[in-house]
Design a protein around this ligand. Sequence first.
Ligand code: NAD
Ligand code: 6OD
Length: 501
Amino acid sequence: MSRQVQLRNFVAGEFVAGTAVFDKVSPVDGTVVAQVHEAGADVVDAAVKAARAALTGAWGRSRVAERAALLRRIADVIEDRADDLLRAEIRDTGKPEKQARELDIGRAALNFRAAADVIASAGLDSFLTELPDGRRALNYAVPKPLGVVGVIVPWNLPLLLLTWKVAPALASGNAVVVKPSEETPSSATLLAEVMAEAGVPDGVFNVVHGRGPGSAGEFLATHPGVDGITFTGESATGAAIMRSVAPHVRPVSFELGGKNAAVVFADADIEQAVDGLSRSIFTNTGQVCLCTERVYIEEPVFDSVVAGLAERARELRLGDPYAAETTTGPLISAAHRAKVVSYLDRAVAEGASVVVGGGIPDLGPDLAAGAWIEPTLWTGVDNTSTVMRDEVFGPVAGLVPFTGEEEAIRLANDTAFGLAAAVWTTDLDRAHRVAGRMHVGMAWVNTWYLRDLRSPFGGMGLSGIGREGGRHSLGFYSQPTNVCIGLAAGPRPGEHGWPAA
Ligand code: NAD
Ligand code: 6OD
């Protein structure tokens, strides 16, 4: 057996080998950093059965207060193991340490605490029913877990996105089988250790490794013992998963791709807008579904915003994730870089002017085999350009001038996606007016990716199905049984509530 780190599946509380092993390659320098045990159909089947067994055991009878306490313990253990999780995340993705610590790992613990708060304070839907013929009843909806939930997640914010789904799933009393991305298997494997240490019963949390089609992803999505799939990833993969669950008519919750617009009005605080835009274009090397790839800028401030963004792009520092000055990591893989490079070429072929970037940087021999890319901005594009229509998922944006509010709204909404938008303006009325007309799940004004975990999160159109976050998550991860208690005819509650005069 190789001396590489071995990442095994986690089934019924045990780490188990896969049916095959594949290499995990670092996007920083192209070296092999781990070997991943790919779950065959048999391992996936065992994981689904372990989850079902947990549901029929003590976990299925667990009380809300017990689950809330368990979620808080998981958050504590994540915090105790933060450095291990951080190293795992950086090993797989090459993201800068500061970002991994502040965004990725911090949110993992918060996701569990937020889900604990939500479930601990969730009420029941109830109605006192009075029909015209005098019959009366008390209706209330008892939430039940969905059951065995398949959780399939991508590589861009691995632990954050995984825990964003696992936390409400467990809070609602489900058992999960998690399929992390083949590009980021490490933090999910460590999370299995966290779960065991926190006291999560065997079978409640299972991890299966592998790819999508013909591998663990497809085996999980097509498994008849899975009661629902929650998925984050590309829109085309969402369509494939819908086909996989269709024969068994299973529910899905989908957070999919984006082609997010930002609109900068001439009345914006330009420095603040440039600051926010450079964050929204370049964070995580543009590999966040919420990243801005289309920027519409009102004519009078077009040149100054373009100049400001170009300056910010030139200030980004690519390199060693652990170096204090590094702001920007590589793309996730050579394959993903090849896709992004094809868009860089296509943009130029279609007549775009490159303001900054546009190619592969030379970072010296040590990093030459990594998946590095230059942060890139274009002008001379419009909504017919391929790079203004397809999700590139890299540190790129097209900058386009507009005239007037109506044109800005029309341009921003001219997309098949509908995930997020950002509006930059100091006019309060305009802020409400324009944000409310964005055809997206999340519209930010004078900020970007500021999260309140109680808010609904999700997308319209190609960007997804359903909303997660706070009580919105409970809608997917639980299913109600409505109980209707017939009440005897008589005085209505409250009618005799006052003391006699
Ligand atoms: P992807 O769709 O290629 O893969 C996501 C996961 O699905 C991986 O675990 C993969 O192995 C699995 N998978 C692939 N094909 C499958 C199949 N046929 N059946 C079952 N599982 C399958 O996405 P990615 O490249 O890992 O991530 C990038 C994409 O994710 C981008 O499009 C991005 O916008 C999107 N994303 C969306 C959100 C959101 O909240 N809307 C968040 C993060 C990422
Ligand atoms: O912050 C979140 O809760 C969330 N779901 C973010 C998704 C980011 C996409 O890459």
